[in-house]
Design a protein around this ligand. Sequence first.
Ligand code: PEP
Ligand code: MG
Length: 582
Amino acid sequence: MQVRSGIAVSPGVVVGQALVLGSENFRIPKKFVSRDAVEAELLRFQTALGHVCADIEEHEILVSEKMGERCAAIFSAHLQMARDPKVVGEVETLIKDSKYSPEYAVSRTLRAFAEQMQNLGDQYLAERAVDIFDLEKRLLRELLGERREELTNLTQPVIILAHDLTPGETATLDPKYVLGFATEVGGHTSHTAILAGALEIPAVVGLGRCLAGVSGGETVILDGDHGQVVIDPDEPTFKRVKDSQARNLRVTERLESLDKLDSATQDGQRVHVYGNIEFPEEVEHCNKRGADGVGLYRTEFLYLGGNREPSEEDHFTAYSRVLKACGDLPVVIRTLDIGADKVPARIRDRFADSQNPMLGLRSIRLSLQSTPLFKVQLRAVLRAAVHGNARIMFPLVSSLLEFRQAKMILMDVMEDLEDEGIDFRRNLPIGMMVEVPSAIILAEEFAREVDFFSIGTNDLIQYTLACDRSDPSVAHLYRSGDPSILRMIQMVLKAADKHGKPVTVCGQMSSDPRFVPLLLGLGLRNLSATPHSIPRLKEVVRNISIPEAERIAAHACTLDLARDVEHYLLGELGRLCPDLVV
Ligand code: PEP
Ligand code: MG
């Protein structure tokens, strides 16, 4: 049994078979063969090995003729490895004695060698592990032939283990077959992590390097509540997981029966709990959980999914669907937040030179530099707005000029639609995300010009603490409970209150029940969260009064370490709603 710890980013505990993704998405179809099949399977391995060696030899000759012996040496290394009696003997023993399928035996043997090389403490040898992976790929390609499976063609439920998944790849995962996923890299609020929540797929990220020794086909427990991945679990671990799954299910069922209740505190203060969505279909997840509307629609996923630029009609159809499904409830449509870790494959070149994409051409900056692209989206938002209660929001605004420019382009688009005689809504509220410290320092000035604020803590934490939200090596520094973040939120609430402007928190901080008492106590009355967390957030709201929340917030603000703030808030949550502390 191997236990790996990472960062829990999407809740739920699942058990299933591992599908390990390398650079090519091979899937080991079965782990064992029957006793009668052993001889035939040995022969299949030897034949595949023969073909692979012949193939490598051919390449070696070709490359040596064209580019010289130095370049061809890489193939000699592969050949040496493929013929190494220790490697071949080990694979054959696993097929004969353990009745492993040749695919599984090859992968297990080569990955174990690769792992040993990576752990020898020699940089050169560690880098040579790629040659072993290369040989593994060649052998699997030969053994599996046409039976190679792609991520999008899964036919059986699996738990995906990968070095990384891009937000685009994650967006194509089918929750019917992907029980959960875990990645070696990634942070708390990387967009891959956020998507896992949107798709309601349990997920753990930031495991660190650990997949070299895993072939696929192993039984895996993925615990998205505690950030743990267990490979080949033993019996007591299985039992512990089953108990925790049952406990979780009981809480979820109890809370779902209360979904239709409004969220008001014990002393009658109404608190709005909205949903964050990435895909139009998710609006049903919000409605099912009794959300008060959509507080954040991340529209850039229209660009990340498909392989062509979405047209005005594509935008219009998506927004109309969400607005119609919400009726009178508000829907905050955020304009494109492309850039950083969300770059459509077809325009990746445009960002290739950026040394630091999180600080580069991203979000509203990109929209302001690509006016035709921006206008297509704005036209669609204004047209769809006639179908419901739409609001428009600009992301990553860092100066007043940016906000004014974006607003001016919106006015231009209104004039165009007017001239063309196209139906649209003119008077929709215009707000901004607060996710850069400069926007907080100037919050009073912004408050005079915006109709509402929405605090994006995911980016705010990254830019305030200088901590990449996707980098697991600084994940311990990336903390919602940092006193600087608490003060930033207080500053926005104060400035907004002075000008009578509403504020929502829509970063992942507001999806975490621990922070609800704190945020209410600071004066926040609107939360926008991942849909599956809504029942738990409403439960906290129903179990607290405003004076009590104010007392909790006041005490939290006296603490000077993030760790102490979070520990204190966890204790308070345990007191208010014991079964929410898993
Ligand atoms: C945020 O930054 O908190 C936010 C909600 O936006 P995103 O996660 O899409 O960057
Ligand atoms: Mg953001």
